[in-house]
Design a protein around this ligand. Structure first.
Ligand SMILES: Nc1ncnc2c1ncn2[C@@H]1O[C@H](COP(=O)(O)OP(=O)(O)O)[C@@H](O)[C@H]1O
Ligand SMILES: Nc1ccn([C@@H]2O[C@H](COP(=O)(O)O)[C@@H](O)[C@H]2O)c(=O)n1
Length: 471
Protein backbone atom coordinates (compact mmCIF):
# COMPACT_ATOMS: atom_id res chain seq x y z
CA UNK A 1 0.00 0.00 0.00
CA UNK A 2 1.69 3.17 -1.11
CA UNK A 3 0.99 6.64 0.18
CA UNK A 4 -0.77 8.55 -2.55
CA UNK A 5 -0.32 12.22 -3.19
CA UNK A 6 -3.99 12.67 -2.46
CA UNK A 7 -3.74 11.25 1.04
CA UNK A 8 -4.03 13.87 3.71
CA UNK A 9 -1.15 13.66 6.14
CA UNK A 10 -1.54 14.52 9.80
CA UNK A 11 -0.87 18.18 9.38
CA UNK A 12 1.74 20.06 11.32
CA UNK A 13 2.08 23.56 10.02
CA UNK A 14 4.94 25.86 10.75
CA UNK A 15 3.50 29.20 9.90
CA UNK A 16 5.93 31.72 11.26
CA UNK A 17 9.43 30.76 12.09
CA UNK A 18 12.06 33.46 12.00
CA UNK A 19 13.71 35.84 14.40
CA UNK A 20 12.91 34.23 17.71
CA UNK A 21 14.02 36.39 20.65
CA UNK A 22 15.46 34.71 23.76
CA UNK A 23 13.02 32.20 25.24
CA UNK A 24 14.97 31.54 28.42
CA UNK A 25 15.73 33.44 31.59
CA UNK A 26 19.06 35.07 32.40
CA UNK A 27 19.98 31.89 34.26
CA UNK A 28 19.52 29.86 31.08
CA UNK A 29 16.21 28.12 31.98
CA UNK A 30 13.54 27.68 29.33
CA UNK A 31 10.31 29.66 29.52
CA UNK A 32 7.44 27.28 28.66
CA UNK A 33 5.69 27.74 25.31
CA UNK A 34 2.15 29.13 25.34
CA UNK A 35 -0.26 26.32 24.46
CA UNK A 36 -3.72 26.59 22.92
CA UNK A 37 -6.02 23.54 22.73
CA UNK A 38 -8.86 23.46 20.18
CA UNK A 39 -11.45 20.66 20.24
CA UNK A 40 -14.80 20.15 18.48
CA UNK A 41 -16.58 17.72 16.21
CA UNK A 42 -15.16 16.44 12.96
CA UNK A 43 -15.23 19.19 10.29
CA UNK A 44 -16.53 21.71 12.81
CA UNK A 45 -13.79 24.15 11.76
CA UNK A 46 -11.01 23.45 14.31
CA UNK A 47 -8.19 23.65 11.77
CA UNK A 48 -9.68 26.76 10.19
CA UNK A 49 -9.94 28.49 13.59
CA UNK A 50 -6.36 27.42 14.43
CA UNK A 51 -5.08 28.94 11.19
CA UNK A 52 -6.99 32.17 11.79
CA UNK A 53 -5.46 32.54 15.27
CA UNK A 54 -1.99 32.04 13.85
CA UNK A 55 -2.40 34.47 11.04
CA UNK A 56 -3.49 37.09 13.54
CA UNK A 57 -0.92 36.59 16.28
CA UNK A 58 2.10 38.83 16.27
CA UNK A 59 4.58 36.20 17.51
CA UNK A 60 7.49 34.48 15.78
CA UNK A 61 7.89 30.69 15.89
CA UNK A 62 4.34 29.38 16.05
CA UNK A 63 3.28 25.83 15.29
CA UNK A 64 -0.03 24.03 14.75
CA UNK A 65 -0.02 20.39 15.78
CA UNK A 66 -2.93 18.24 14.64
CA UNK A 67 -4.19 15.29 16.63
CA UNK A 68 -4.28 13.38 13.35
CA UNK A 69 -0.56 12.85 13.90
CA UNK A 70 -1.27 10.57 16.82
CA UNK A 71 -3.71 8.00 15.41
CA UNK A 72 -2.23 4.70 16.47
CA UNK A 73 -1.06 1.91 14.16
CA UNK A 74 -3.93 -0.53 13.43
CA UNK A 75 -3.65 -4.31 13.68
CA UNK A 76 -4.08 -6.15 10.32
CA UNK A 77 -7.69 -7.06 11.28
CA UNK A 78 -8.49 -3.47 12.25
CA UNK A 79 -6.94 -2.24 9.03
CA UNK A 80 -9.15 -4.53 6.94
CA UNK A 81 -12.19 -3.24 8.79
CA UNK A 82 -11.04 0.38 8.30
CA UNK A 83 -11.11 -0.11 4.51
CA UNK A 84 -14.70 -1.36 4.91
CA UNK A 85 -15.58 1.81 6.89
CA UNK A 86 -16.07 -0.44 9.85
CA UNK A 87 -13.37 0.74 12.24
CA UNK A 88 -14.10 3.19 15.03
CA UNK A 89 -11.59 6.06 14.62
CA UNK A 90 -13.75 8.21 16.86
CA UNK A 91 -13.24 6.25 20.06
CA UNK A 92 -10.60 7.74 22.40
CA UNK A 93 -8.65 4.46 22.15
CA UNK A 94 -7.85 5.26 18.50
CA UNK A 95 -5.27 7.81 19.66
CA UNK A 96 -1.76 7.19 20.96
CA UNK A 97 -1.90 9.63 23.89
CA UNK A 98 1.55 8.66 25.19
CA UNK A 99 3.06 9.87 21.92
CA UNK A 100 0.94 13.06 21.97
CA UNK A 101 1.98 13.82 25.56
CA UNK A 102 5.66 13.23 24.71
CA UNK A 103 5.61 15.55 21.69
CA UNK A 104 3.58 18.30 23.33
CA UNK A 105 5.57 18.22 26.51
CA UNK A 106 8.78 18.58 24.45
CA UNK A 107 7.28 21.58 22.70
CA UNK A 108 5.96 23.03 25.94
CA UNK A 109 9.48 22.84 27.41
CA UNK A 110 10.97 24.51 24.34
CA UNK A 111 12.71 21.34 23.18
CA UNK A 112 13.09 20.10 19.63
CA UNK A 113 10.78 17.19 18.77
CA UNK A 114 9.75 14.83 15.96
CA UNK A 115 6.05 14.80 15.06
CA UNK A 116 4.62 11.61 13.48
CA UNK A 117 2.74 12.00 10.19
CA UNK A 118 -0.50 10.22 9.32
CA UNK A 119 -2.01 9.12 6.04
CA UNK A 120 -5.80 9.06 5.79
CA UNK A 121 -5.77 7.01 2.60
CA UNK A 122 -3.85 4.09 4.07
CA UNK A 123 -5.24 4.62 7.60
CA UNK A 124 -1.74 4.40 8.99
CA UNK A 125 1.09 6.51 10.37
CA UNK A 126 3.68 7.13 7.67
CA UNK A 127 7.39 6.55 8.26
CA UNK A 128 8.01 10.29 8.04
CA UNK A 129 8.49 12.55 11.00
CA UNK A 130 8.37 16.32 11.02
CA UNK A 131 11.15 17.98 12.98
CA UNK A 132 9.86 20.95 14.96
CA UNK A 133 11.83 23.31 17.14
CA UNK A 134 11.41 26.70 18.60
CA UNK A 135 7.69 27.22 19.01
CA UNK A 136 6.81 30.10 21.33
CA UNK A 137 3.14 29.27 20.76
CA UNK A 138 1.74 25.79 20.10
CA UNK A 139 -1.82 25.21 18.89
CA UNK A 140 -3.02 21.67 19.35
CA UNK A 141 -6.25 20.80 17.52
CA UNK A 142 -8.31 17.64 17.21
CA UNK A 143 -11.58 16.02 18.21
CA UNK A 144 -10.01 14.83 21.49
CA UNK A 145 -7.77 17.83 22.11
CA UNK A 146 -9.54 18.52 25.42
CA UNK A 147 -9.86 14.90 26.53
CA UNK A 148 -6.61 13.76 28.12
CA UNK A 149 -5.85 15.23 31.58
CA UNK A 150 -2.08 15.39 30.98
CA UNK A 151 -2.59 17.37 27.78
CA UNK A 152 -5.17 19.62 29.44
CA UNK A 153 -2.66 20.52 32.17
CA UNK A 154 -0.21 21.86 29.59
CA UNK A 155 -2.71 24.20 27.94
CA UNK A 156 -2.91 27.91 28.67
CA UNK A 157 -6.27 28.28 26.94
CA UNK A 158 -8.82 25.63 25.93
CA UNK A 159 -11.28 26.26 23.12
CA UNK A 160 -14.25 24.22 21.88
CA UNK A 161 -15.66 24.84 18.40
CA UNK A 162 -19.38 24.13 18.44
CA UNK A 163 -20.84 23.83 14.94
CA UNK A 164 -24.21 22.43 13.94
CA UNK A 165 -23.90 18.70 13.16
CA UNK A 166 -25.67 18.96 9.76
CA UNK A 167 -23.12 21.53 8.65
CA UNK A 168 -20.28 19.34 9.94
CA UNK A 169 -21.62 16.33 7.99
CA UNK A 170 -21.96 18.32 4.78
CA UNK A 171 -18.38 19.64 5.11
CA UNK A 172 -17.03 16.23 6.02
CA UNK A 173 -18.64 14.63 2.95
CA UNK A 174 -17.06 17.18 0.67
CA UNK A 175 -13.65 17.04 2.37
CA UNK A 176 -13.41 13.25 2.68
CA UNK A 177 -14.29 12.75 -1.00
CA UNK A 178 -11.79 15.33 -2.25
CA UNK A 179 -8.99 15.00 0.28
CA UNK A 180 -9.21 11.55 1.85
CA UNK A 181 -10.17 9.39 -1.15
CA UNK A 182 -13.45 8.18 0.36
CA UNK A 183 -16.76 7.29 -1.29
CA UNK A 184 -20.00 9.02 -0.23
CA UNK A 185 -21.80 5.89 0.97
CA UNK A 186 -18.85 4.83 3.14
CA UNK A 187 -18.63 8.31 4.66
CA UNK A 188 -22.31 8.21 5.61
CA UNK A 189 -22.02 4.70 7.06
CA UNK A 190 -18.99 5.67 9.14
CA UNK A 191 -20.71 8.85 10.28
CA UNK A 192 -23.85 7.07 11.45
CA UNK A 193 -22.07 4.11 13.03
CA UNK A 194 -19.14 5.84 14.77
CA UNK A 195 -18.69 9.58 14.27
CA UNK A 196 -22.08 10.80 15.55
CA UNK A 197 -22.33 8.45 18.59
CA UNK A 198 -18.72 9.19 19.59
CA UNK A 199 -19.33 12.92 19.29
CA UNK A 200 -22.30 12.65 21.66
CA UNK A 201 -20.59 10.21 24.02
CA UNK A 202 -16.97 11.45 24.17
CA UNK A 203 -16.28 14.65 22.25
CA UNK A 204 -19.19 16.92 23.22
CA UNK A 205 -18.70 16.28 26.98
CA UNK A 206 -15.16 17.76 26.70
CA UNK A 207 -16.88 21.12 26.17
CA UNK A 208 -16.87 21.18 29.98
CA UNK A 209 -13.09 21.41 29.90
CA UNK A 210 -13.14 24.46 27.63
CA UNK A 211 -12.47 28.06 28.72
CA UNK A 212 -14.10 29.40 25.56
CA UNK A 213 -16.81 27.93 23.32
CA UNK A 214 -17.02 29.26 19.79
CA UNK A 215 -20.42 28.64 18.22
CA UNK A 216 -20.34 28.38 14.39
CA UNK A 217 -16.52 28.23 14.17
CA UNK A 218 -14.91 30.52 11.64
CA UNK A 219 -18.24 32.23 10.87
CA UNK A 220 -18.24 33.70 14.36
CA UNK A 221 -15.88 36.57 13.70
CA UNK A 222 -16.71 38.40 16.93
CA UNK A 223 -15.89 35.45 19.19
CA UNK A 224 -12.72 34.67 17.26
CA UNK A 225 -11.64 38.32 17.31
CA UNK A 226 -12.14 38.54 21.10
CA UNK A 227 -10.26 35.33 21.66
CA UNK A 228 -7.31 36.41 19.53
CA UNK A 229 -7.18 39.71 21.45
CA UNK A 230 -7.14 37.76 24.70
CA UNK A 231 -4.35 35.45 23.60
CA UNK A 232 -2.28 38.33 22.21
CA UNK A 233 -2.73 40.25 25.48
CA UNK A 234 -1.58 37.23 27.51
CA UNK A 235 1.45 36.81 25.27
CA UNK A 236 2.32 40.50 25.52
CA UNK A 237 2.03 40.38 29.31
CA UNK A 238 4.26 37.32 29.47
CA UNK A 239 6.74 38.98 27.18
CA UNK A 240 6.88 42.09 29.33
CA UNK A 241 7.67 40.07 32.45
CA UNK A 242 10.21 37.74 30.86
CA UNK A 243 13.59 37.93 32.46
CA UNK A 244 15.64 38.23 29.33
CA UNK A 245 19.36 37.52 29.51
CA UNK A 246 21.19 40.71 30.27
CA UNK A 247 23.37 41.85 27.42
CA UNK A 248 26.36 42.15 29.71
CA UNK A 249 26.87 39.93 32.74
CA UNK A 250 27.26 41.33 36.22
CA UNK A 251 30.99 40.73 36.21
CA UNK A 252 33.16 42.80 38.46
CA UNK A 253 36.83 41.81 38.51
CA UNK A 254 36.48 40.89 42.19
CA UNK A 255 34.24 37.87 41.83
CA UNK A 256 36.50 35.96 39.44
CA UNK A 257 35.76 33.39 36.80
CA UNK A 258 35.30 29.67 37.33
CA UNK A 259 37.70 27.03 36.09
CA UNK A 260 35.38 25.97 33.26
CA UNK A 261 37.22 28.75 31.42
CA UNK A 262 40.33 27.32 29.76
CA UNK A 263 42.70 29.76 28.12
CA UNK A 264 45.27 28.85 25.51
CA UNK A 265 48.82 29.06 26.97
CA UNK A 266 49.83 32.65 26.29
CA UNK A 267 53.05 31.96 24.39
CA UNK A 268 54.75 34.87 22.64
CA UNK A 269 53.53 33.44 19.32
CA UNK A 270 49.91 33.53 20.53
CA UNK A 271 50.29 37.06 21.86
CA UNK A 272 51.88 38.23 18.62
CA UNK A 273 48.98 36.81 16.61
CA UNK A 274 46.48 38.47 18.93
CA UNK A 275 48.33 41.75 18.47
CA UNK A 276 47.96 41.45 14.71
CA UNK A 277 44.24 40.69 15.02
CA UNK A 278 43.63 43.58 17.42
CA UNK A 279 45.60 46.05 15.29
CA UNK A 280 43.16 48.20 13.31
CA UNK A 281 45.82 48.77 10.61
CA UNK A 282 46.30 45.04 9.84
CA UNK A 283 45.60 44.39 6.15
CA UNK A 284 42.83 41.90 5.44
CA UNK A 285 45.03 39.12 4.07
CA UNK A 286 47.13 39.16 7.26
CA UNK A 287 43.98 39.24 9.36
CA UNK A 288 42.60 36.17 7.57
CA UNK A 289 45.92 34.30 7.71
CA UNK A 290 46.45 34.81 11.45
CA UNK A 291 42.79 34.30 12.33
CA UNK A 292 43.01 30.91 10.57
CA UNK A 293 46.27 30.03 12.30
CA UNK A 294 45.01 31.00 15.74
CA UNK A 295 41.73 29.17 15.06
CA UNK A 296 43.61 25.92 14.49
CA UNK A 297 45.46 26.33 17.79
CA UNK A 298 42.33 27.05 19.79
CA UNK A 299 40.37 24.29 18.05
CA UNK A 300 43.12 21.79 18.93
CA UNK A 301 42.94 23.06 22.50
CA UNK A 302 39.18 22.60 22.46
CA UNK A 303 39.52 19.07 21.08
CA UNK A 304 41.87 18.40 23.98
CA UNK A 305 38.84 18.83 26.25
CA UNK A 306 36.90 15.94 24.68
CA UNK A 307 36.47 12.66 26.49
CA UNK A 308 38.28 9.83 24.70
CA UNK A 309 38.05 6.06 25.01
CA UNK A 310 41.23 4.20 25.95
CA UNK A 311 42.71 2.04 23.21
CA UNK A 312 45.51 -0.55 23.16
CA UNK A 313 47.48 -1.17 19.98
CA UNK A 314 50.55 -3.16 19.04
CA UNK A 315 53.58 -1.24 17.79
CA UNK A 316 55.54 -2.36 14.66
CA UNK A 317 58.05 -3.90 17.11
CA UNK A 318 55.28 -6.03 18.59
CA UNK A 319 55.12 -4.07 21.83
CA UNK A 320 51.81 -3.10 23.45
CA UNK A 321 50.95 0.59 23.40
CA UNK A 322 48.23 2.04 25.62
CA UNK A 323 46.65 5.13 24.14
CA UNK A 324 43.35 6.70 23.13
CA UNK A 325 40.94 6.48 20.26
CA UNK A 326 39.95 9.66 18.43
CA UNK A 327 36.23 10.29 18.97
CA UNK A 328 33.65 9.62 16.25
CA UNK A 329 30.90 11.55 17.98
CA UNK A 330 31.95 15.17 17.64
CA UNK A 331 29.32 17.70 16.57
CA UNK A 332 30.98 20.87 15.31
CA UNK A 333 28.34 23.57 15.61
CA UNK A 334 29.05 26.95 14.05
CA UNK A 335 27.45 30.17 15.16
CA UNK A 336 27.15 31.97 11.83
CA UNK A 337 28.73 33.81 10.38
CA UNK A 338 32.00 34.46 12.18
CA UNK A 339 32.09 30.97 13.71
CA UNK A 340 32.50 29.63 10.16
CA UNK A 341 36.17 30.61 10.40
CA UNK A 342 36.61 28.08 13.16
CA UNK A 343 34.70 25.36 11.34
CA UNK A 344 37.33 25.62 8.62
CA UNK A 345 39.98 24.97 11.31
CA UNK A 346 38.03 22.04 12.74
CA UNK A 347 37.65 20.43 9.30
CA UNK A 348 41.39 20.74 8.76
CA UNK A 349 42.26 18.77 11.90
CA UNK A 350 39.37 16.36 12.54
CA UNK A 351 38.24 13.88 9.91
CA UNK A 352 35.17 12.51 11.63
CA UNK A 353 32.72 15.14 12.74
CA UNK A 354 29.11 16.07 12.10
CA UNK A 355 28.41 19.72 11.45
CA UNK A 356 25.60 22.01 12.50
CA UNK A 357 24.80 25.66 11.91
CA UNK A 358 23.02 28.27 13.97
CA UNK A 359 22.23 31.73 12.64
CA UNK A 360 21.77 34.35 15.33
CA UNK A 361 21.30 37.98 14.31
CA UNK A 362 21.22 40.94 16.70
CA UNK A 363 18.01 42.93 16.68
CA UNK A 364 18.91 46.27 15.05
CA UNK A 365 17.34 48.29 17.88
CA UNK A 366 17.73 46.34 21.11
CA UNK A 367 20.77 44.32 19.98
CA UNK A 368 19.04 41.38 21.64
CA UNK A 369 20.04 38.14 19.88
CA UNK A 370 17.42 36.58 17.60
CA UNK A 371 17.43 33.05 16.29
CA UNK A 372 16.86 32.82 12.54
CA UNK A 373 18.03 29.35 11.57
CA UNK A 374 19.16 26.13 13.16
CA UNK A 375 20.20 22.79 11.72
CA UNK A 376 22.00 20.35 13.99
CA UNK A 377 23.18 16.75 13.65
CA UNK A 378 20.80 14.00 14.80
CA UNK A 379 21.19 12.42 18.24
CA UNK A 380 22.84 15.41 19.87
CA UNK A 381 22.55 13.57 23.19
CA UNK A 382 25.20 11.13 21.94
CA UNK A 383 27.59 13.83 20.72
CA UNK A 384 30.38 15.83 22.28
CA UNK A 385 29.66 19.31 21.03
CA UNK A 386 32.28 21.79 19.92
CA UNK A 387 30.37 25.05 19.68
CA UNK A 388 32.28 27.66 17.72
CA UNK A 389 32.10 31.42 17.52
CA UNK A 390 34.96 33.79 16.85
CA UNK A 391 34.33 36.05 19.85
CA UNK A 392 32.37 36.09 23.08
CA UNK A 393 31.55 39.70 23.86
CA UNK A 394 28.36 40.16 25.90
CA UNK A 395 27.85 36.38 26.01
CA UNK A 396 24.28 36.74 24.69
CA UNK A 397 24.87 34.91 21.39
CA UNK A 398 26.83 32.17 23.11
CA UNK A 399 24.06 31.67 25.66
CA UNK A 400 21.48 31.35 22.91
CA UNK A 401 23.67 28.87 21.03
CA UNK A 402 24.19 26.74 24.15
CA UNK A 403 20.45 26.84 24.93
CA UNK A 404 19.70 25.62 21.38
CA UNK A 405 22.10 22.68 21.73
CA UNK A 406 20.52 21.73 25.07
CA UNK A 407 17.02 22.00 23.56
CA UNK A 408 18.16 19.50 20.91
CA UNK A 409 19.21 17.02 23.56
CA UNK A 410 22.91 17.83 23.99
CA UNK A 411 24.21 17.26 27.51
CA UNK A 412 25.69 20.35 29.06
CA UNK A 413 28.74 18.55 30.37
CA UNK A 414 29.48 17.52 26.76
CA UNK A 415 29.56 21.07 25.39
CA UNK A 416 32.84 22.89 24.78
CA UNK A 417 32.46 26.47 23.55
CA UNK A 418 35.50 27.55 21.54
CA UNK A 419 36.36 31.13 20.76
CA UNK A 420 39.33 33.26 19.73
CA UNK A 421 38.65 36.10 22.11
CA UNK A 422 36.34 36.48 25.08
CA UNK A 423 35.55 39.27 27.48
CA UNK A 424 35.43 38.37 31.19
CA UNK A 425 31.94 39.92 31.27
CA UNK A 426 30.69 37.52 28.58
CA UNK A 427 32.34 34.48 30.16
CA UNK A 428 30.87 35.42 33.53
CA UNK A 429 27.35 35.60 32.07
CA UNK A 430 27.73 32.19 30.39
CA UNK A 431 29.21 30.57 33.48
CA UNK A 432 26.36 31.86 35.64
CA UNK A 433 23.77 30.28 33.32
CA UNK A 434 25.64 27.15 32.19
CA UNK A 435 28.12 26.16 34.88
CA UNK A 436 29.06 22.86 33.23
CA UNK A 437 29.87 24.21 29.78
CA UNK A 438 33.59 24.45 29.21
CA UNK A 439 34.78 27.60 27.48
CA UNK A 440 38.07 27.45 25.59
CA UNK A 441 39.48 30.75 24.40
CA UNK A 442 42.71 31.97 22.87
CA UNK A 443 42.63 35.22 24.85
CA UNK A 444 40.68 36.98 27.56
CA UNK A 445 40.38 40.66 26.75
CA UNK A 446 38.67 42.98 29.22
CA UNK A 447 38.80 46.09 27.01
CA UNK A 448 35.50 46.49 25.26
CA UNK A 449 34.12 49.51 23.49
CA UNK A 450 30.54 50.05 24.48
CA UNK A 451 28.21 52.29 22.55
CA UNK A 452 24.92 52.16 24.52
CA UNK A 453 23.89 48.52 23.99
CA UNK A 454 26.29 47.66 21.18
CA UNK A 455 29.49 46.21 22.54
CA UNK A 456 32.62 45.54 20.55
CA UNK A 457 35.65 43.53 21.47
CA UNK A 458 39.32 44.15 20.73
CA UNK A 459 38.87 42.64 17.23
CA UNK A 460 36.17 45.11 16.25
CA UNK A 461 33.67 43.40 13.96
CA UNK A 462 35.52 40.13 13.40
CA UNK A 463 33.21 38.72 10.69
CA UNK A 464 33.35 41.90 8.63
CA UNK A 465 37.13 42.12 8.88
CA UNK A 466 37.56 38.44 7.97
CA UNK A 467 35.03 38.28 5.14
CA UNK A 468 35.78 41.74 3.78
CA UNK A 469 32.36 43.24 4.36
CA UNK A 470 33.40 46.27 6.39
CA UNK A 471 31.51 49.37 5.41
N1 LIG B 1 -17.00 28.74 8.25
C1 LIG B 1 -16.80 27.93 7.22
N2 LIG B 1 -17.45 28.11 6.06
C2 LIG B 1 -17.25 27.29 5.01
N3 LIG B 1 -16.43 26.24 5.01
C3 LIG B 1 -15.74 26.00 6.14
C4 LIG B 1 -15.88 26.82 7.30
N4 LIG B 1 -15.10 26.33 8.28
C5 LIG B 1 -14.47 25.26 7.75
N5 LIG B 1 -14.86 25.05 6.48
C6 LIG B 1 -14.41 23.96 5.59
O1 LIG B 1 -14.85 22.74 6.16
C7 LIG B 1 -13.85 21.73 6.04
C8 LIG B 1 -13.47 21.26 7.42
O2 LIG B 1 -12.93 22.37 8.14
P1 LIG B 1 -11.71 22.19 9.13
O3 LIG B 1 -11.37 23.54 9.66
O4 LIG B 1 -10.64 21.41 8.48
O5 LIG B 1 -12.42 21.33 10.26
P2 LIG B 1 -11.85 20.34 11.35
O6 LIG B 1 -10.42 20.70 11.57
O7 LIG B 1 -12.70 20.62 12.54
O8 LIG B 1 -12.05 18.97 10.83
C9 LIG B 1 -12.69 22.37 5.30
O9 LIG B 1 -12.81 22.03 3.95
C10 LIG B 1 -12.91 23.86 5.51
O10 LIG B 1 -12.40 24.62 4.44
N1 LIG C 1 -7.92 6.75 9.18
C1 LIG C 1 -8.82 7.63 9.64
C2 LIG C 1 -8.60 8.36 10.79
C3 LIG C 1 -9.57 9.27 11.20
N2 LIG C 1 -10.69 9.42 10.49
C4 LIG C 1 -11.72 10.41 10.90
O1 LIG C 1 -11.12 11.68 11.07
C5 LIG C 1 -11.92 12.45 11.93
C6 LIG C 1 -11.07 13.47 12.66
O2 LIG C 1 -10.49 14.38 11.77
P1 LIG C 1 -11.04 15.88 11.68
O3 LIG C 1 -10.02 16.59 10.82
O4 LIG C 1 -12.37 15.81 11.04
O5 LIG C 1 -11.09 16.40 13.06
C7 LIG C 1 -12.56 11.49 12.90
O6 LIG C 1 -13.92 11.81 13.05
C8 LIG C 1 -12.40 10.11 12.22
O7 LIG C 1 -13.63 9.51 11.95
C9 LIG C 1 -10.90 8.68 9.36
O8 LIG C 1 -11.97 8.82 8.70
N3 LIG C 1 -9.94 7.80 8.94
Amino acid sequence: MGVTAKGKRGSTLLLKSAGRPPWYTHDGKNIPAYMVGIAGGSASGKTSVAKRIFESLDVPWVVIVSMDSFYRQLTPEESTRAFENNHDFDHPSSTDYASAVRVLSDLKQGKATEIPQYDFVTHSPSSERQHVYGASVVIFEGIFALYNPELLKMMDIRIFVDTDSDICLARRLKRDITERDRDPLGILQQYERFVKPAYDGFVRPTMNNADVIIPRGLDNEIAIGLMIQHIQRQLDERNATLMRPKLVGQYSGACGLKDTLITLPQSNQVRAMQTILCDRSTPRDDFVFYADRLSRLVIEHGLGQLYLEKKSVETPMGMPYQGYELPWNVAGVTVLRAGGVMEKALRSVLRLAHYGKILIVGDPESHEPRLHYVKLPHAMDKHQVLLMDSTIVSGANAMMAIRICLDHGAREENIVFVSLLATPQGVYAIQAAFPQTRIVVAMLEPNIASDSLLIRSGYGLFGDRYFGTES
